[in-house]
Write a protein that binds this ligand. Sequence first.
Ligand code: GDP
Length: 305
Amino acid sequence: QQVYDEGLKKSRTGFAERFNRFLANFRTVDEDFFEDLEETLVGADVGFDMAIKISDELREEVKLANAKRKEDVRDVIIKKMVDLYEADGVNEDTQMHFAPNGSTTVILFVGVNGVGKTTTIGKLASKYQQAGKSVLLAAADTFRAGATKQLQEWGERANVPVVAGKEKADPASVVFEAVAKARDEHYDILFVDTAGRLQNNVNLMQELEKMKRIIQREIPDAPHEVLLVLDATTGQNALQQAKLFKDSSDVTGIVLTKMDGTAKGGIVFAIRNEMHLPVKWIGFGEKASDLREFKPDEFVYGLFK
Ligand code: GDP
């Protein structure tokens, strides 16, 4: 809890500061109030649509209309944000999906270079290994120089084996070898690191489809998750990436990394509102322990503290 609190400090400070400034100006709930609120939310990367949505719904809120104290205003806004996040029930499920007992869970990680795919896999490998699961990693990012070595280092630290190919090997061959091994040797979980090449939608889609076909030949109900990794510090850019990936692959959830490096944690809302995808994990540092399951209420309340 404390590590998480520390990791999100920047995000929280940024958010809380904006709100405190906004609240400091509070006199009465009028048109200026809503305009200031919208501006504050957009400034925290909540996204324009979401800011308008929050503000529109708050206009209807009797409790807010009657609010006299800043604390009441603050509480109504927090509650509305949690409600709106949770109400977008397109995919409520923020928990990871696993294969039925006894078979291997396969989780594919996608996202552009540098967002933190390899690091996230390393963290999750360590987490599940410690929880008593047998974990295997596939270094199918054969494109980025150093990606394989980096994953192998995480594997060594977490005491988890890594299937890797030669430099510039066909990622599909690495995936094939890893899935066959995972199935034959009854691993609980296989995490697949993929290359973040993004020349265009068609290429990306073809590459991911090919990987999926290979995986499904060995394990028909896999992959159980396709997690898109996004760098929170890139703000609205991360949203653009999310759109591209969502259009070209069956993304099932989001990992939001580098939350320790941004003062704009509001991006969580923009992703929810515009992508209708659940954020499943939050990364807030470079260490194995700097990863946490995303819980909407805990997160929103944390932002305002
Ligand atoms: P990939 O290209 O998507 O596999 O990205 P990497 O896993 O190699 O990460 C790129 C850089 O971001 C590395 O220097 C990581 O240590 C760093 N990184 C990853 N996740 C986080 C995070 O949550 N917080 C911080 N501060 N750095 C991170």
